[in-house]
Design a protein around this ligand. Structure first.
Ligand code: DQQ
Length: 572
């Protein structure tokens, strides 16, 4: 039997039976533990966000739930704190909170990936067997798509992965005219009623971003579909596409397997735009028979293309957690420090707290919320009774660890008639930077000051500000990093978005996860997220303080504040 026929037999038995593969592992890699230079004295290392012991990480890859464990793979440079030498590192978790590092799962070993193992996704084949499609960089530096499957299905840790000897399974050719440097990041595949698997690969033709589709009956032989599933002029390279169904009825938060479609189902297409480094998503209808995705609103109207996160956040990926019937979103958060500082600290990149993601009942947008498991790290709660905060007031939230906490606060606004008038539409991020936390307003800014130093020489502000625009109340949510650090080498860009909440009838809620150098905020119960990286020089460890503030001229009411110090998670 040739290697290739052994692989095919193994893959088919993975799809249709319970085979133990008789082939050697593709590689051996060293254990991350032995390389550790971890020092708890590093003030910017996170305590409960995912990050390995050292070196560079970027995109989450191939997340899946198998054998009672969550598996997460990620782009990793074993040799340093900058991007390069990319392999798939691998960690497992019982709860998406505490992680255990394993040996690397996929490293360059075949011509089809000899120059790098880039991003990809897991598909659970019939019988519950995982198959990993990923981008390899071949000897000509062309981007091609490869397959790897677990060597031993009875190992719940899925430690060893075997690559298909038929790799690459999809490649740019003269005939298909695919751009060989813009062809990467296969999605989770889904199965149509016709028995064909479909997968999307991110690409572009000139400046038109596109999600090229391939189809296969056996997961090994893939044929390019006549048309991309979707494309949009002027959007540039689409990296890390993701395509999945969401339920459009109660219970909205119930997640669906990627192959599900039907009357009560909408589809989400997410693409990571290489040109802007933002993750955008479209909600629409997917016609399985025609393989046609029609978004409710497309990329034509720049203003209304939604983002998962309006801060620093990229190359995200979802997976269906069938153990808990939810869809989980993982995303990469790059550093905002200089490369020189990253090299000095010996690491770069983290992941956000895994978020459950579902369709809002309006059907107009998605909602994201940190997985409930993260709440088991909460300790020493601080609760405030409802209280009025006058204009100009700053109230310290005492009793919580200000560098490692989870804070939920809600505001009620009573004097909305006094809101500033916005006479023309303006990009919310620009509005937030013009009207940062230090700029007093009428209704707002009010919110939280995190990582605040004594005397407020440093702070990061997450806040709301309300405007009147065309007779409507417009809620602006900002994360202002402009005073986050005295070290001006950092990127201290201010982020912002409008929040689809009616402040006349709804409370304005904010949840912020604070973790040493991360400020991960959820406004309007998960309708908008903003993640920021900050590196205070004074507001570190026990020197940092946390405040609620109102710098508007009108009073607001805090209807609820609950804050917890967070335990350290067992992570990489
Ligand atoms: N990161 C990977 C690529 C992907 C990019 C390389 C997105 O596969 O397009 O590390 O961050």
């Amino acid at each position: 039997m040739t290697i290739s026929s052994i692989f095919l037999v193994a893959l088919f038995s993975l799809i249709y039976g319970n085979a133990v593969l008789p082939i050697e592992a593709t590689h051996h890699v060293y254990n991350l533990q032995s390389l550790s230079t971890y020092s708890s004295k590093q003030p910017y290392r996170t305590a409960y966000h995912f990050q390995p012991l050292k070196n560079w990480i970027n995109d989450p890859n191939g997340p899946l739930w198998y054998g009672g464990l969550y598996h997460m793979f990620y782009q990793y440079n074993p040799k340093g704190a900058v991007w390069g030498n990319i392999v798939w590192a691998h960690s497992v978790s019982e709860d998406l909170v505490n992680w255990r590092p394993l040996d690397h799962a996929i490293s360059p070993s075949q011509p089809a990936d000899i120059n790098g193992c880039w991003s990809g996704s897991a598909t659970i084949l019939p019988g519950g067997k995982p198959a990993m499609l990923y981008t390899g960089i071949d000897p000509n530096k062309h981007q091609v798509q490869n397959l790897a499957i677990p060597k031993n299905m009875s190992d719940p840790l899925l430690r060893e992965w075997v690559k298909s000897p038929k790799n690459p399974l999809m490649a740019p050719t003269i005939a298909n005219k695919i751009n060989s440097s813009s062809f990467r990041d296969p999605t989770t595949a889904w199965l149509g009623k016709d028995g064909y698997w479909r997968v999307l690969i991110g690409s572009k033709t000139n400046t038109r971003g596109e999600a090229i589709m391939y189809k296969s009956k056996n997961f090994v032989n893939w044929v390019q579909a006549k048309y991309p599933l979707h494309s949009a002029e002027g959007t540039g390279m689409w990296e890390c596409p993701d395509f999945y169904p969401v339920l459009n009825k109660i219970p909205f938060a119930f997640g669906l397997d990627t192959s599900v479609n039907g009357n009560d189902v909408r589809h989400v297409l997410k693409v990571s735009l290489d040109d802007t480094k933002h993750d955008h998503y479209l909600i629409g209808s997917y016609d399985t028979a025609k393989d046609n995705f029609i978004p409710d609103k497309g990329f034509e109207d720049n203003k209304s293309v939604l983002r998962y996160d309006y801060g620093k956040y990229y190359a995200s990926k979802t997976f269906f957690d069938d153990g808990k019937n939810r869809r989980i979103l993982l995303g990469w958060v790059n550093e905002s420090s200089s490369v020189a500082d990253d090299i000095k600290k010996g690491w770069s990149g983290i992941h956000t707290i895994p978020r459950a993601i579902w369709l809002h009942k309006s059907g107009k947008q998605l909602v994201q919320w940190p997985v409930v498991e993260i709440e088991k790290l909460r300790m020493n709660p601080v609760y405030w009774p409802a209280k009025k905060v006058k204009g100009g007031e700053l109230l310290q939230v005492a009793g919580v660890n200000a560098v490692q906490s989870d804070v939920e606060i809600s505001f009620e606004v009573n004097e909305i008639g006094k809101a500033e008038v916005l006479d023309h539409w303006i990009d919310p991020q620009i509005l937030c930077s013009r009207k940062g936390a230090a700029v007093k307003g009428a209704v707002g800014p009010f919110g939280l000051l995190v990582f605040a130093s004594q005397g407020l020489k440093e702070y990061t502000a997450v806040f709301f500000r309300i405007f009147k625009y065309q007779h409507q109340n417009l809620v602006l949510m900002c994360s202002d990093q402009s005073r986050s650090s005295l070290n001006k080498d950092n990127d201290m860009t201010t982020y912002g978005t409008f929040l689809d909440v009616d402040p006349l009838h709804e409370k304005l809620s904010l949840r912020t996860l604070i973790d040493h150098s991360v400020v991960e905020s959820f406004g309007g119960e998960g309708k908008a997220c903003i993640t920021a990286r900050v590196y205070p020089t004074l507001a570190i460890n026990d020197k940092a303080k946390l405040y609620a503030f109102n710098y508007g001229t009108t009073a607001v009411k805090i209807t609820r504040l609950s804050a917890w110090s967070m335990k350290k998670a067992k992570d990489n």
